[in-house]
Design a protein around this ligand. Structure first.
Ligand code: B16
Ligand code: MG
Length: 213
């Protein structure tokens, strides 16, 4: 029986991925590193500093710790400016209906996001009341694919991992869910390790999920 559903934010509830992409692209090009959508896929679900490390590695560049802090915070300032315009219209299609359906069924929900900006984003999306717990990058030590964030979300909901479903759009996220011994829903075709793969968020519904769980 499904007791808890744990949502990734970026790519599942809203498409902040596009803003991360634009902000990283600008920063990479500012420091002379080429950046495209293909490479950007590797950054999905990955924390801010880890993402900067991957970009530097990709461009064959090394920076001091202080410079890395500077560039990571510059990227974040740009990202914060973009997310300040988010409204409930930016919820991905079908996700609000799905979250309301879960709430009505009495299943608990939590957010499990690698973003340190998750709180302002869910406030702007006006879905705070649909999430019983919020676990973001400010509350865990290890990023996805480590299972910590999903295990912590389950613990805060007071449900066992076996009763949890995690929903992710990133490879690192699906791996984290599987390492936590939970049922993984993957949004997007390339998530081969997921237990149920949907093309997009409009396919999410409780009946189909329960049949597969
Ligand atoms: P921030 P998620 C992740 O969010 C994004 O997918 C990833 O691209 C981003 O680098 C990471 O959050 C950190 O975000 O810089 O805002 O702390 O998919 O785990 O909800
Ligand atoms: Mg994501």
């Amino acid at each position: 029986e499904i007791k808890g559903i744990l949502f990734d934010l970026d790519g599942v509830i809203t498409d902040t991925a596009e803003y991360h992409y634009e902000a990283w692209k600008k920063l990479a090009e500012d420091i002379g590193i080429s950046f495209d959508r293909d490479f950007n896929e590797k950054l999905k679900g990955v924390g801010r500093m880890e993402s900067l490390d991957l970009i530097l590695e990709h461009g064959g560049k090394e920076l001091s710790g202080a410079d890395k802090e500077y560039y990571a915070s510059k990227k974040n300032d740009h990202y914060r400016t973009m997310i300040s315009n988010i409204t409930p219209n930016d919820l991905l299609p079908g996700i609000l209906k799905f979250m309301e359906e879960i709430k009505l069924a009495g299943i608990k929900t939590a957010l499990a996001s690698s973003s340190k900006n998750a709180q302002p984003v869910i406030e702007r999306l006006e879905i705070t009341h649909l999430l019983d717990e919020v676990v973001d990058a400010t509350k865990v030590e290890r990023g996805k694919p480590d299972p910590e964030i999903f295990l912590k979300a389950a613990e805060q909901l007071n449900v066992s991992a076996a009763g949890c479903v995690g929903i992710e759009d990133a490879q690192a996220g699906v791996e984290a869910i599987k390492s936590a011994d939970m049922f993984a829903v993957g949004v997007g075709q390339s998530l081969k390790k997921a237990d149920w793969i949907v093309q997009d968020t409009t396919e999410l519904n409780l009946k189909d999920l329960r049949e597969r769980f």
